[in-house]
Design a protein around this ligand. Structure first.
Ligand code: NAD
Length: 358
């Protein structure tokens, strides 16, 4: 069976890191006898420039028939002055909603070779292996009504709606319990149930789903405490499940625990396990086009794709082992290098991973 994979390089460093990940994917597919067909499309700012919309029809058609999608990153200063509804980042929100990618999986694993790159003390983070499961298609980022309006007194006000249906909470909770059962058997649900009614309902529904999973130990934590605990003693967590906006923020905090946002992959899945795979980082306009970006987050996203959408766990393991071997050899891009260390570029890092696969 052949797998159709859509590449969406996007903006900024996106094309540079996707190019390296593509080489790794082609290499590992060849090595493991996987048949893949690659297509490429536009998303984000480049799609606005070429096709007049951040998620154009041509991309939508390709995305709907792909088994899996690999995305670089979208957005950049060039498109920041557009009206909110037309901005590059809207392309990402639109494709997530279109494919009903309701679950975002963000592992924060600290490669032992990088323990000293973390901003926390090595003993707090060495061996860290947590998974943040973020609801991705609901909550305040999508709630209606939303907008900026003028009040009767002439002052303007901005407003958004934080809303979750029971069924939306149920399916993300069920997935989080399943993932926790396969890992350390502990799930922490993050909310703000002391203040926000929407997350009072969240907590109630998570408790209900827990009854189907007696094998998993569930606890609840307020989001402010979760932020604090993540930097105080992150290893206390196994799997965290939370809504869209809290997950957005906490997963970036978790990113720093590992030393670099340039190391973190993510997966966004729908109910059929078709998925969009992308690095956690953005388009990094400050280093775009300079062969400075760390491609490992995108390469590790390919490993997640092989594991979750293409049912090729051996190939996924192979990529992760190759990344670890490259780190063992001391190769570092700027974002993960200690002061005074020699630094390799995006392409050299890709070359090294491919060499390690051989
Ligand atoms: P960013 O992640 O792009 O960059 C933050 C910092 O991390 C920068 O200093 C950057 O140089 C560095 N960095 C990021 N990825 C790196 C990598 N692979 N290797 C080395 N260094 C790396 O976040 P930002 O600056 O807040 O946003 C820049 C643009 O990206 C904005 O337009 C934003 O909207 C967009 N963005 C897109 C996504 C996405 O596509 N999923 C996510 C976040 C931000």
């Amino acid at each position: 069976m052949s797998h159709s994979i859509l590449l969406l390089p996007g903006d900024g460093i996106g094309p540079e890191v996707v190019q390296q990940a593509r080489r790794v994917l082609e290499h590992v597919a060849d090595k493991h006898g996987l048949s893949i067909e690659l297509a490429e499309g536009d998303l984000g700012g480049i799609a606005i420039d070429r096709q007049g919309a951040a998620y154009p029809d041509a991309t939508r058609a390709l995305a709907r028939q792909a088994d899996a999608i690999l995305l670089g990153a979208v957005g950049g200063p060039k498109w920041d002055s557009l009206p909110p509804a037309e901005r590059a980042e809207r392309g990402l929100l639109a494709i997530r909603a279109d494919l009903d990618l309701f679950a975002n999986l963000r592992p924060a694993i600290l490669f032992p070779q990088l323990a000293s790159a973390s901003s926390l003390k090595a003993e707090l983070v060495a061996g860290l292996d947590i998974l943040i499961v973020r609801e991705l298609t609901g909550g305040i980022y999508f709630g209606e009504p939303r907008g900026i309006r003028e009040r009767d007194d002439g002052e303007r006000e901005g407003f958004n709606t934080y809303i979750y249906r029971e069924s939306e909470i149920e399916r993300i909770a069920a997935l989080a319990f399943e993932l926790a059962a396969k890992r350390g058997g502990r799930l922490t649900s993050v909310d703000k149930a002391n203040v926000l009614e929407v997350t009072m309902l969240w907590r109630e529904v998570v408790e209900r789903v827990a009854q189907n999973h007696p094998d998993v130990a569930l606890d609840h934590i307020y989001v402010d405490n979760a932020a604090m605990q993540l930097v105080r003693a992150p290893k206390q967590f196994d799997v965290l499940v939370t809504g869209n906006i809290f997950g957005d923020i906490l997963s970036d905090t978790a990113a720093m625990l590992t030393g670099s946002i340039g190391m973190l992959p993510s997966a966004s899945l729908n109910e059929q396990s078709r998925g969009l795979y992308e690095p956690v980082h953005g388009s990094a306009p400050d280093i775009a086009g300079q062969n400075k970006a760390n491609p490992l987050a995108t390469i590790l996203s390919v490993a997640m794709m092989l594991r979750y959408s293409l049912d090729a766990p051996a190939a996924a393991d192979d990529i992760e082992a190759a990344v670890s071997a490259v780190l063992d050899d001391g190769l570092r891009t700027g974002d993960i290098a200690e002061a005074g260390a020699s630094i390799v570029g995006t392409v050299e890092m890709g070359d090294a991973v491919i060499a390690a696969l051989n």
